[in-house]
Design a binder for this molecule. Structure first.
Ligand SMILES: Cc1cc2nc3c(=O)[nH]c(=O)nc-3n(C[C@H](O)[C@H](O)[C@H](O)COP(=O)(O)OP(=O)(O)OC[C@H]3O[C@@H](n4cnc5c(N)ncnc54)[C@H](O)[C@@H]3O)c2cc1C
Length: 456
């Protein structure tokens, strides 16, 4: 069947009859299987404007795709129009700023700015898109030193729902720093550049899961006194058959304790010593390395096409019982690809005033992510998703009050989204939504409905 694209679309239009369609409709999460009527790959803001106007004129459901890593698959729709921003890859360094197009991936931005001894704090996986990660907050290796990604967003050029184009004013910038894709399509992000040492001291140690409680305690003790320059996280996973791991650990559950230091490598080596020496590790992969190497070190553990279901929560400080619950969650993982992750917050993230951005949980001690991952299509995945939900429930006593906007799942209700923002921020976001998108054209996202009652 041939689908006729509506007139007015500009850029590369892909319909179900095109050979490229199958690959073009796929997103990172292999469990998402949607069939848009049209995909338009845009090369500049004018093509984005044309696509927005067509979607609005024809009442088409609209999905906006940057890097395609939305875990609930919000960047692809059934039967509507996908605006794929992937070709918009411009990167321009301008003094202490960098301008990035909405199709840029973190690995591309990191490489371009590391050449200047600079970085924008991004996430921990280099094939993730700059767009979605920034607009929902952005937590990664450098966040304790330089804040969330959205804290470093200093400007944005936006295509609005009425087809107009403009620079974000202060209030819209506030909303774009955590409020997601609700207000328009960002066609240019401007970030602050921060100095980083090249190389920096970073890496990880691996221990059998029997040492996980001890290892987590060592990491949390270190986090309690560590300077902002120290980034820390832990992953409880099933060990791959990697040459750097002893054969007896292959296929067994392990804890990976990872860290980095934004500062002189010899200082980093001293500061991170407690993490490396609390017990003799099965593998110690700490060394001076460029930030770009650190950023891609675990990329292969989450490849495109793996099916995913995630539950995530901001946490208060974990006591012994909390640590124990986290390890029990990891012990119960049902798929060898699943991961139980703990990211340590604090530092510069917590120093920004509460209302400086639309991001809420600055004062959380950590974030837990229960990532159910399994290969499609051999497995419907229900058992793995149930593990994530059950473990998330078991960890709820340590909740700081809600979840991360960029991690909310398909089956989490509107109440979870409100919780992720809190009442004051929610109301301020609704005001912005009414101003910029009163008809809710940009609805396929963590949606702030314009008709929502303020103060309700
Ligand atoms: C493997 C993996 C690792 C991750 N690691 C981290 C991490 O370390 N830290 C972290 O904070 N998060 C992390 N995340 C979560 C990540 O922040 C979100 O999935 C984010 O949405 C990905 O951005 P994207 O551009 O790739 O996604 P997309 O699926 O392309 O976009 C997601 C949504 O963002 C909006 N959007 C994207 N671009 C634009 C734009 N230019 N204008 C307007 N709206 C836009 C749209 O609403 C879209 O539906 C990870 C996710 C995955 C899958």
């Amino acid at each position: 069947m041939t689908t006729i694209a509506p007139t007015g679309l500009r850029g590369q239009v892909i319909t179900p009859s095109d050979a490229e369609y199958e690959a073009a409709r796929r997103v990172w999460n292999g469990a998402i299987d949607r069939h848009p009527a049209f995909i338009v790959r845009c090369h500049d803001a004018n093509e984005v404007v044309a696509a927005v106007n067509v979607a609005s004129r024809h009442g088409l459901q609209l999905a906006v795709r940057g890097g395609g890593h939305s875990i609930p698959g919000l960047s692809v729709c059934d039967g509507g129009l996908v605006i794929d921003l992937a070709p918009m890859k411009g990167i321009r360094v301008d003094g202490n700023l960098v301008h990035a197009g909405p199709g840029v991936l973190w690995r591309e931005l990191d490489a371009a700015v590391e050449a200047h001894g600079r970085a924008v704090p991004g996430g921990e996986i280099s094939h993730t898109g700059v767009g979605g990660l920034t607009l929902g907050g952005g937590v990664g290796w450098l966040s304790r030193r330089y804040g969330l990604t959205c804290d470093n967003l200093l400007g944005a050029r936006v295509v609005f729902a009425d087809g107009s184009v403009g620079e974000a004013d202060d209030e819209l910038l506030w909303g774009l720093r955590g409020g997601g894709g609700n207000f328009g399509i960002v066609t240019r992000f401007t970030f602050r550049l921060n100095p980083i040492p090249v190389p920096m001291f970073a890496g990880m140690v691996v221990h059998p899961i029997e040492r996980a409680r001890e290892g987590l305690r060592a990491m949390l003790d270190l986090a309690a006194t560590a300077p902002d320059g120290i980034g820390l996280n832990a992953a409880l996973i099933t060990a791959p058959a990697a040459p750097f791991l002893p054969a007896e650990l292959h296929g067994r559950k392990v804890i990976v304790l990872a860290g980095c230091h934004v500062g002189p490598p010899e200082e980093g080596a001293a500061l991170l010593r407690p993490l490396r020496e609390f017990a003799r590790p099965a593998a110690d992969l700490f060394r001076p390395m460029p930030y770009t190497a650190l950023q891609s070190v675990v990329d292969d553990s989450v490849p495109h096409g793996l099916a995913a279901y995630l539950r995530s929560e901001w946490l208060r400080p974990l006591d012994g019982a909390g640590i124990d619950m986290l390890v029990r969650a990891a012990e119960a993982m049902t798929s060898p690809r699943s991961q139980t992750l703990l990211r340590i917050m604090g530092g510069a993230i917590a120093r920004m005033p509460e209302d400086a951005t639309a991001f809420r949980f600055r004062h959380a001690a950590a974030m837990v992510s229960l990532a159910a991952l399994w290969p499609e299509p051999d497995d419907p995945g229900e058992a793995h998703a149930a593990w994530a939900r059950d473990s998330w429930r078991a960890l709820h006593p340590w909740s700081a009050g809600g979840g991360y906007v960029n991690h909310l799942g398909r089956d989490e209700n509107a109440g979870r989204l409100r919780e992720a923002y809190g009442p004051q921020t929610w109301d301020r976001l609704v005001v912005l939504k009414r101003r910029y998108d009163p008809q809710n054209l940009f609805a396929l996202n963590q949606n702030i409905p314009p008709q929502d009652g303020i103060g309700s």
